[in-house]
Design a protein around this ligand. Sequence first.
Ligand code: 6PG
Length: 469
Amino acid sequence: QASPLGLIGLGVMGKSLARNFANHDIPLSLYNRHVPGMEEEVALQCIRTYPELKDCKGFDDMELFVNSLALPRKIFLMVNAGPAVDAVIDSLLPYLTEGDMIMDGGNSHYLDTERRVKDLQDKGIHFVGVGVSGGEEGALKGPSIMPGGTTEAYHQVAPFLEAIAAKDAQGNACCAKVGSGGSGHFVKMIHNGIEYAEMQLIAEMYDILHFHGKISLTEIADRFDEWNKGETNSYLLEISVIILQKTEDGQPLIDVILDKAQQKGTGSWSTTAALQIGAPFDTIAQAVLARIISSQKEQRLKGQQLYNIKREEIKNIDTTILQKAYQTARMINHAIGFETLRKASAHYQWDLQLSEIARIWTNGCIIRSKTMERLIEILDGFDDNILFHESVIPQLIKGNVALKHIVQHALGAGAAIPVLSASLSYFNAMIQGDSSANMIQAQRDFFGAHTYERKDKEGVFHTDWEVSQ
Ligand code: 6PG
């Protein structure tokens, strides 16, 4: 009997997704390229290892794999983003027929996805870029799924994707067509950008409390655990509690983890993409930069030696104020992320439904949180910056005072808090009707005759700046 779905790529994520499909009574055809040196086919080995895959078929021959699928064929790719995706598509094409569809569940760049959608459209093949979040455990137990593509293609693959997705508080699948073209991967990329800044904010809280507040790791874990019960609840805060509590040979594990953050690229992709469409990306760009600076450990050590300026102790940190500052910065970070989605939607004509995106981010994904649940309502029918929503304004009127207090003290004590301070700068800038950009305009006109507009009259002006009046 023909399989309703095929899956290519049995790495960590692919394997977990295959088991998730099988656990939902979706028998698959599994393909993995032949791995030299391995006697048995990877797919067959996988089927034997996991009992739930017993009704699946395994292949390392592309033609046989494709022919084992029911028409129109639906093929899910879980291969490394980049050239590997194009290579797999090329090897599939000779065996596909019009109306078949390919889904790419990797972290592909959205512009690659846009290109693939167009190229394959000409051949009568549907291509759906599918953002998948939740890591290995999410893939197995229920990820958040962000597909982009045509409505026709989505309707055909929806029963499969919605079956394996995490469920929201109402029991609905955390999976929805987010828009057309490459929008699924764009949305996933912005998810990762928000994720970078959320992670960095927790790191900054740890920095202030531990290195400046001289508070023990167990106490910080207790504090974070408290925070996690209230409005600051999030998956990332929850795992940070466990991280702080983890010991190895009686020593806290975090103390021996090298402080050089790595990255696979989605954070910097999202920053580039945001800047290209003119979306301010303050917190997320700073989170990416913080990872880059962290990786320059040798230089940082040299700087420490050359300057010998010690971090100052901050006594009696008021953790209620700190929590308020943290939550305010998070709100601003989410505002920045969703503003970028709004701008991209207009720019690429994707018709993104922001409230629906918040909904599918409430479970299964890395940035699931209480705040995200609240954003479903805030963004529902609201076509403006989250910071301007009537329910957010009173919170930020109080919250920005806490944020200012913490940023002033921590920066003054020598802390590097790029995301906290970027969130405050963004907030300050967004609530000032008058900015200092008149100075920039005058400078541009001075050295380059770039002209400027005026507040007091219509038109475009240029001044001979060095000619005295
Ligand atoms: C997810 C994650 C995932 C991402 C990793 C690693 O939503 O499941 O965002 O897609 O690849 O978190 O990303 P970095 O190596 O860039 O930190």
